[in-house]
Design a binder for this molecule. Sequence first.
Ligand SMILES: [Fe+2]
Ligand SMILES: [Fe+2]
Length: 316
Amino acid sequence: MGTPATARAASTASTARAAATFEPDGLVLRPRDVRFDWSRLPTPWIPGEPVASHIINVLHLLLPEGERWFVRVFQRALPMITDDRVREDVLGFIGQEAIHAQAHQGALDHLRAGGPDPDPYLRQLEWFFHRVLGERPGLPPGRAREQVVEQVAIIAAVEHFTAFLGDWVLSADALDRAGADPVMLDLLRWHGAEEIEHRSVAYDLLRHLDPGYPRRIRSMMITGPILYWLWIRGARFLMAADPRLAGSRPGGPRRVESGRAFLAASRRGLLPAPGQAVRSGLRYLRRDYHPTQEGSARQAAAYLATSPAARAAAAR
Ligand SMILES: [Fe+2]
Ligand SMILES: [Fe+2]
């Protein structure tokens, strides 16, 4: 079965908080070898909702590069970890994120075969994750360590949003009512559930390497806007390439039109409400913040117990 496994002794803040709220946190994280068959994926995969489908499809553009970068950063952080439990969580996180990247890559390859060529946008992402955020060989050890800690802080901020999105998609009944493709929904919900399952790992690693408040805040102030900008760029790229939306206007729909379409879809529950996302970002700035406050580990475990992909992975 795809349920999270063995409970461990409680020692970290995350486990203490989880115990207080009867949430099954503090589990051994393990990757699930999921597979998805995209051969019958309709376009758009939310019937009659091309804008909402494109906006969610940005995940398939962003996550393969982004999550492979998470893995590289965490592998570089491993030698800095002096706590066995943090190391064990980081290893579990690496395993899960590597499979997330692979699963979204599968969806991306399918979209590429039947739709617009995403390579111009992907080349920008590659430059961003390899050149701007890539490892700089030859740095003195102190600066190399500082670079890794800074990048762990960025990942902790991103992981706050992935937990937020995971929580949203697990509860987004409007997607079921709209007849969204069940394979895509399973990918999103399996991924969302694992994001909640490992929601504390990047934050706990950051606190292990730098318990200070300023770096956490600084990284969110940078990460939130960059993430928003990357997402908007990706969505506009996909919409501009869709002849149903672009109409006769070269370059796709106007910003105001796509903005209105986004707000209308979020009002119908097909996308997260922007206000909710902003409020979630602000919660990260609180001094008493901890990721266990984001989403429900119980709900995530319940989904993983029934997810077709997670169940098939367990049967293999
Ligand atoms: Fe992930
Ligand atoms: Fe994650």
